[in-house]
Design a binder for this molecule. Sequence first.
Ligand SMILES: Cc1cc2nc3c(=O)[nH]c(=O)nc-3n(C[C@H](O)[C@H](O)[C@H](O)COP(=O)(O)OP(=O)(O)OC[C@H]3O[C@@H](n4cnc5c(N)ncnc54)[C@H](O)[C@@H]3O)c2cc1C
Length: 344
Amino acid sequence: MVVIGAGQAGLSAAYHLRRTGFRNGSGFVVLDHGKRPGGAWQYRWPSLRLGKVHGIHDLPGMAFGTPDLSRPASDVVSEYFGRYERVFDLPVLRPVDVLAVRDEGERLLVESAADSWSARAVINATGTWDRPFWPHYPGQETFRGRQLHTADFQSVEEFRGKHVIVVGGGASGVQLLLEIAEVASGTTWVTRREPEWFDRDFTPDRGRESVAKVDVRVRAGLPPGSVVSVTGLALTPDVRRGIERGILDRKPMFEHITEHGVVWADGTTQRADVILWATGFRAALEHLAPLHLRGQGGGIRMDGTRVVSEPRLHLVGYGPSASTIGANRAGRSAVTEIRRLLDS
Ligand SMILES: Cc1cc2nc3c(=O)[nH]c(=O)nc-3n(C[C@H](O)[C@H](O)[C@H](O)COP(=O)(O)OP(=O)(O)OC[C@H]3O[C@@H](n4cnc5c(N)ncnc54)[C@H](O)[C@@H]3O)c2cc1C
């Protein structure tokens, strides 16, 4: 039994495998290509303080506690995940980069450059961090300034005195824009769609509604779509202030990029030193390509966490379970189904 990925989803799955009687070593193993515990959280920019994230859900069996909200989320989550791996003695091997999963008849073969593991079932929990999505716009390669993706963002200090165009209508785009506006000479915010703000609390009901929408898509074999396309953007006090100050004044997508800036369809231009692509991530599933899982809808048809065309493979933290709370639940349901499959 192999789990690929030791983020929230992979650790939750590992915990339940342990509880249902899988043993370390010959029973199951968790492979992760990160340098340290923490999943994608270890890479989040240092100014992303714990108090600014939507919330980290407890991993099963161990409370996250009430850490200092002013500390970087990357450090706190990394420490928590590390503690979790030790306390439950989870067999995490790192760094192991899984390059391919192949169908070997009775078994699935999980391959890295140096090793391979023969598995009766695989739980894939590889998240999205490794696949930043960069859309292409004409002239992009001619831009003389700097272009970067959210995944490369480190510190607002890099943008002091510069004009920054932030592309993207997700939570990261909004958060970074508000921080950058404090030091930049100017900012421009462009998004494909008009942002959809919501001012009610993000209640469990609202969460469930969002998850249900993504679930319908993946059951139909469609790509899951972005989280914000179903949740909308929260009108937090910071966001309200950003709207009042004109920072969150959204412009539609530009048509093309020049050496020194961007141009809209009506001929309007904006000079820029930096273009920050806050355009999200896609599921990191390249290593599953040998299994040919994608159907005509362009996505992987799912039933819960189970891949319909390959019942020995479960995707956790994918589609409807791509949130810290969803990843947790998905780990448990994947293990319950796999146990049933192996027992039969
Ligand atoms: C900027 C940003 C902010 C977010 N903020 C929130 C938030 O506030 N609240 C929230 O609920 N969600 C948030 N999310 C979503 C968040 O990513 C998920 O909630 C959750 O943390 C994902 O957990 P995961 O285990 O599925 O993936 P990850 O945490 O990405 O873990 C995947 C693991 O798999 C490993 N891996 C990947 N590919 C391979 C491979 N081929 N071989 C071996 N190992 C591999 C990686 O090293 C990583 O350790 C945010 C996402 C982003 C990008």
